[in-house]
Design a protein around this ligand. Sequence first.
Ligand SMILES: [Zn+2]
Length: 334
Amino acid sequence: MSEQVSFHDVMRWTDEECRAFLEGQRWPNGPICPKCGADKPYKVIRKAADKNKVRSFYKCRSCRKQFTATVGTIFEDSHIPLNKWFAAIYLMCASKKGVSAHQIHRMLGVAYRTAWFLCHRVREAMRESGGPLAGIIEADETYIGGKARRGHPVAYHERMQIDLEARGLNPLQHQRGKRHGRKDKAVVFGMMERGGRVRTQHVPNADASTLGPIMIRDIDVRNSRLITDGHRAYKMIGHNMQHDIINHELEYVRAGNIHTQGIENYWGLVKRGINGTWHHVGEPYLDQYLREFDYRFNRRKISDEERFAALFGQVAGRRVTWYCQTPQPENPYA
Ligand SMILES: [Zn+2]
């Protein structure tokens, strides 16, 4: 279905029109029972328009279950009208650096908490499910976030010294870590096909034992050539696949187009988005934000309309319940 819809269309759609669009995207060949997979269900239309109920639903011929297009999707059990969902999805798909839950809350007139859960459900639908990466692949790691250092730098330094001594730690060793400013930052690892897809994830550390298995799992090693910087975590991967190293202490581009500027530019985009739009991303949610960036980047060559429509092919089977245990406290800057 190559229907072109603009943001204006979506804002004007009624619940019925949203449902029709969702059905068209989810079931291009007609409705299918989400429980047993049987096709050609009965369509039941309610006679009186009840405000709190959908006008029509389907009933499976085989298992007799009743269902609508939202069953088993990120929209299930939501009290937010579909057109608000659609508007939020549109904004998230179209804005280069992302939209914060606070913006969604203001623009769509929903509670902040509601907007926050809605954004996370949309990010769940944005999770990539493509095959292994292939071709020329740039891999790199970066460091995101970190607590803001409050107070005067010297006062901060003194507090840290006292704190470290109290904890019986060696301040010199701690300083060495601080010099890179990485102690309280989250490690993110990414791989990018030159001119193609990107895949990033939050990792516990940038060791060879962490990054190696990810590369072997996510890269078609026989048909790819890997390019990385001289970080020691990448040294061993040469045993598994063709590997070129660009030594950043000497040069940034080596003859033969050996560089990692694609992934490095991408880190710039992600960091501008995370720092500018969300102010601070809770570490448990970092992967979710990375999915959003990867989704948009991997569809950068298509229009906003197409990127919006494409998401509806991924809304089923992506119900999120994990965040219920760890809701983020209300943050007006988030
Ligand atoms: Zn059925």
